[in-house]
Write a protein that binds this ligand. Sequence first.
Ligand SMILES: C[S@@+](CC[C@H](N)C(=O)[O-])C[C@H]1O[C@@H](n2cnc3c(N)ncnc32)[C@H](O)[C@@H]1O
Length: 251
Amino acid sequence: MNMSTYDKSQPGNFYAVGVGPGAADLVTLRAANLIRSADVIIAPRSRMTEESLALKTVEDLIDGQEVIDHVYAMQRDIDQTMELWREVTEDVCRRLQQGQSVVQITIGDPLIYSTSCYLLSLLQERLPSEQIHVVPGISAFQSVASRFGEALTIQEDRLLIMPATNLAQVEEALEHCETLVLYKAGKQVAALADLLDRKGLTDRARLVCYVEQPGKEFATTDLRQAADGRHGYMATVIIHIDRQEWKTSNP
Ligand SMILES: C[S@@+](CC[C@H](N)C(=O)[O-])C[C@H]1O[C@@H](n2cnc3c(N)ncnc32)[C@H](O)[C@@H]1O
């Protein structure tokens, strides 16, 4: 049970907390302690998803904290997106003023394609930095890489992370790194398979959907196996393009 009775004379703190890819035992100790002791947990989820994966991941740590199930629409328009998060910012600032401790949980890491990025940037305009904290989480690409045990980078290799949404940009990126990580790959798998065939990189892709989700996880080295898109939004692809030539001495 969360026994926190917050001190109204002191402003509270905000924590953007990464809870990892979805497995309870990949939540860091720091994240778990903050979630347990928080007054309020904000659990964002898109209107398209029935439940918050982040909240499900930490459900065993919820006992008495107020939980705000924050449903948001997926927006491409940055102004509309920021408008939505401005409302949340107002609410967070009001709660902090009352001395509450507010934790926003997010899947993976809070600084990688996360709603925390919007909230953090707005809070940073309003609050002193001492009141704002970020707790890193294991990102999806790290978990996906762990499924295959292949190095992401060695020595001088470049690692590039981007969404799979714009295929022309993906094609260009293949020329600028040794390892390419593609988030939001769900709907693009078939087109990615075509692109890699064209580039002679067919056997270099690794795909995992719903990594760390028992009963849902699907991993393959053959993109065609997931090309029908049935595995959904939670799909990450790693393309091992090449290696930089190893340097024999320091520059
Ligand atoms: C909004 S981003 C969240 C990224 C997250 N903050 C992170 O650090 O991993 C959603 C994308 O993350 C990736 N993702 C998140 N969780 C995943 C999982 N359990 N399995 C595979 N990919 C995942 C997918 O590429 C998905 O489209």
